[in-house]
Design a protein around this ligand. Structure first.
Ligand code: 1HN
Length: 352
């Protein structure tokens, strides 16, 4: 049987009168709005967009003259999706921003139920302390601050440091359980020695008897040198995926799953001259270019990118990547949430 999805019924005087009367009891007819609630395929309010780092950087640097990291609490330029203006989000479920910390500054300790990640874009010498354990940043590193973990940022180096923040805050706000707390002091007391999380949990081995009571990775620092080496080794011994090139997911070593329950993170290498096939998923993808240049077709638009640019592929947009020389793309996504709820779908080449 071939039946179209529901269309809005005709309005008549008696219907309008009935709807007005039922509204006095906080009731409203579903058949008037059903066409807005269901569609044959996912409809996103977000728009594909690229933030050119060369264009954004002067504003990021100027922000240091306008406000200190301490006064701002977090000195972040929110990357707002052009069609989600005023909602502090890059897609319906994800937040992204570019954060600046200057030498000697502190972004004070706090914790919150939304989960966060940092992907380092520029500079060296800054750190994020998680429960007082400092993760020193290098360009291309991934640092996690999972739900409800104390974190502060500091800077003992001598050049500005900028990173991309990714959070699940729009999703958590929508669901409701937002909690946040400041730490009584700007800095959380010194915790375990720097690197402890990687040494303890990041060698494909786990301490015998260790207990894990969250879905967050106990490793919270994934240095770029290691990620890059893994991708280079992978690309020497096999063929690229036709859509993704060589793509690795950062994992929680306890579960083999995503590093945090709500956000998945990946790094992919597109070999020189790569021309990817079209891919489409119900999840949204935020990309930060670690190295190289190329372009991504998203729907009917083409976005040229180079190192340090950020771009977003909203839900269900067909997209494909091309690289000039070897290129490395970091990405984060709400895919894990959709997978847990049995809602995730993907297709290659526009066919299910
Ligand atoms: C936050 O805590 C950080 O800790 C960055 O650096 C961005 C955006 C919204 C809410 C909390 C950080 C944030 C944030």
């Amino acid at each position: 049987m071939d039946r179209a999805l529901h269309e809005k019924p005709e309005m008549t005087n008696s219907r309008a009168d009935f709807y007005a009367r039922m509204a006095t009891r906080n009731m409203t007819p579903l058949w008037e709005v059903l066409h807005t609630l269901l569609a044959e395929e996912p409809v996103t309010e977000a728009t594909p967009h690229k933030w050119d780092y060369e264009e954004c950087r002067p504003y990021i640097m100027e922000s240091a003259d306008i406000i200190s990291a301490e006064e701002a609490e977090r000195r972040v330029m929110v990357l707002e999706n052009p069609t989600l203006e005023g909602r502090s989000c890059i897609t319906e479920a994800l937040y992204a921003g570019l954060q600046l910390i200057m030498p000697g500054e502190i972004a004070p300790a706090h914790r919150h139920s939304p989960a966060a990640l940092r992907f380092i874009v520029e500079g060296t010498g800054a750190y994020t302390a998680i429960d007082g354990e400092k993760a020193y940043m290098e360009v291309g590193d991934l640092i996690l601050t999972p739900s409800w973990q104390w974190h502060d940022h500091g800077h003992t180096g001598d050049v500005p440091v900028v990173w991309l923040d990714g959070l699940d805050i729009p999703l958590v706000r929508y669901l409701g359980p937002v909690f946040a707390q400041p730490y009584p002091e700007p800095e959380f007391p010194q915790g375990r020695p720097s690197g402890d999380n990687m040494f303890r949990y990041g060698a494909n081995m786990l301490p015998v008897g260790a207990k894990f009571d969250t879905q967050n990775s106990p490793v919270f620092h994934y240095p770029y040198v290691k990620t890059r080496e893994a991708l280079e080794n992978l690309s020497r011994s096999g063929d690229p995926d036709p859509r993704h090139g060589f793509k690795l997911e950062y994992i929680n070593p306890v579960t083999g799953g995503p590093v945090m329950p709500t956000i998945g993170t990946h790094m992919q290498k597109l070999p020189a001259g790569f021309q990817g096939e079209v891919y489409q998923t119900t999840a949204a993808w935020v990309y930060s270019v670690a190295e190289g240049s190329g372009r991504t077709r998203i729907g009917d638009r083409v976005f040229d990118w180079k190192a340090k640019d950020t771009f977003v592929v909203p839900a269900w947009y067909p997209h494909s990547h091309e690289a000039d020389g070897d290129a490395f793309l970091f990405s984060f996504t709400d895919q894990p949430v959709q997978q847990k709820l049995g809602l995730f779908r993907e297709q290659a080449n526009g066919s299910a």
